[in-house]
Write a protein that binds this ligand. Structure first.
Ligand SMILES: [Zn+2]
Length: 345
């Protein structure tokens, strides 16, 4: 009897070991797959990355960062993620994921979710816009003091109380340089790659940055064309229906004579409407209006009916309707600038 018990115990023990081994092998595969996906096509979704980190948490209490020793870069929102897609394209050893969704937009009132905190706990680098757009930064710093924070705004030309820096092409370029520097600095610590692999990764980030800056320089040429046309024009007056356009105005040389911040859906009072209409009427020549195609459409229609002013609907490049597209900044900004140039001619 005693002997039977003993062998039964051993059999159960062996069965448990086999099941555990199968589980570990399977988990290893899942982790590897999601890491490779992310690195190859840059479309890591939050849940994919979280899955991989969840499983690695179960298996290892030491390496909870990324998967398979890869460096995990988390970006705060759409314009930053699009930047990462360009700078980290094809770079081995780095996985990147966006904290928020492509449809989230500006993060002014964003509150971190439990899911976000879980993702950040697995991150090696957090890349953000700065200037207060991410109002939760202090929570991240105090929860994860070891996390490398890359504030892309440390060298930008900032307007007061306005952190929509990416709407100035030259500022966005500076932000991309800061992002590349921050990521390379973390990589150079040697915790993820070493030797030739490290050198190659850094070289590729530099090349990617140069390629992206080349595209952005193309936008700056159009900006210069607009600036030249504006300098010759008698009308540089501008009214903006979103503070993000103040950065475009800065790049192009417009003179902002009135603004209304229609960033989120909010009630606009009758007196506000009256005031902006009188600003439009009192300025001679009549200002041009820049408005957001979503939040500013109703107001744009109202003021153009009341005053006869021209309204240009421009993208604030802060979100898409669902997809991350590597060239979206360049394409949408190019559309914005073409519309402005056309209005000047
Ligand atoms: Zn905003």
């Amino acid at each position: 009897m005693k002997k039977n018990h003993k062998s039964l115990f051993i059999a159960i023990f062996l069965a448990v070991l086999v099941v555990a081994a199968l589980f570990i092998v399977n988990v290893g595969r899942t982790t590897k797959n999601s890491g490779t996906d992310a690195a190859e096509d840059g479309t890591a979704s939050k849940s994919e990355t979280e899955n991989s980190s969840d499983t690695s948490d179960e298996n290892s209490s030491e390496d909870t960062n990324g998967s398979e020793g890869k460096m995990l870069v988390v970006t705060s929102f759409y314009p930053m993620y699009i930047g990462a897609m360009n700078l980290l394209d094809g770079v081995e050893g780095i996985e990147y994921v966006n904290l928020t969704e492509p449809t989230t937009g500006c993060l002014h009132d964003y509150t971190l979710t439990t899911e976000d905190m879980k993702l950040l706990s697995t991150a090696d680098v957090f890349v953000y816009n700065g200037g207060g757009i991410e109002n939760f930064i202090s929570d991240v710093v105090s929860a994860y003091p070891e996390l490398t924070m890359v504030d892309t705004s440390s060298q930008v030309e900032a307007l007061e109380d306005n952190a929509h820096y990416w709407m100035s092409v030259s500022n966005y370029m500076t932000q991309m340089e800061e992002m590349a520097e921050g990521i390379k600095a973390e990589l150079s610590q040697g915790n993820y790659l070493s030797g030739d692999a490290l050198d190659q990764a850094i070289l590729l980030i530099d090349e990617n940055l140069a390629t992206y800056e080349g595209k952005l320089a193309g936008l700056q040429e159009t900006e210069q064309e607009i600036a030249d046309a504006l300098a010759d024009s008698e009308n540089t007056n501008l009214v903006i229906f979103h503070e993000a356009y103040a950065y475009l105005a800065m790049d192009l040389g417009y003179n902002i004579v009135g603004d209304m911040d229609l960033d989120e859906e909010r009630q606009v009072s009758a007196s506000e409407v009256e005031e902006i209409i009188s600003v439009l009427n009192e300025n001679d020549p009549m200002p041009l209006v820049f408005a957001d195609p979503v939040y500013g459409e109703d107001m744009g229609q109202t003021v153009s009916e009341e005053t006869g002013c021209s309204v240009l609907y421009l993208d604030t490049l802060v979100q898409s309707n669902g997809e991350y597209e590597k060239n979206s900044y360049v394409e949408k900004m190019s559309e914005n600038l073409s519309a402005i140039l056309e209005a000047l001619q």
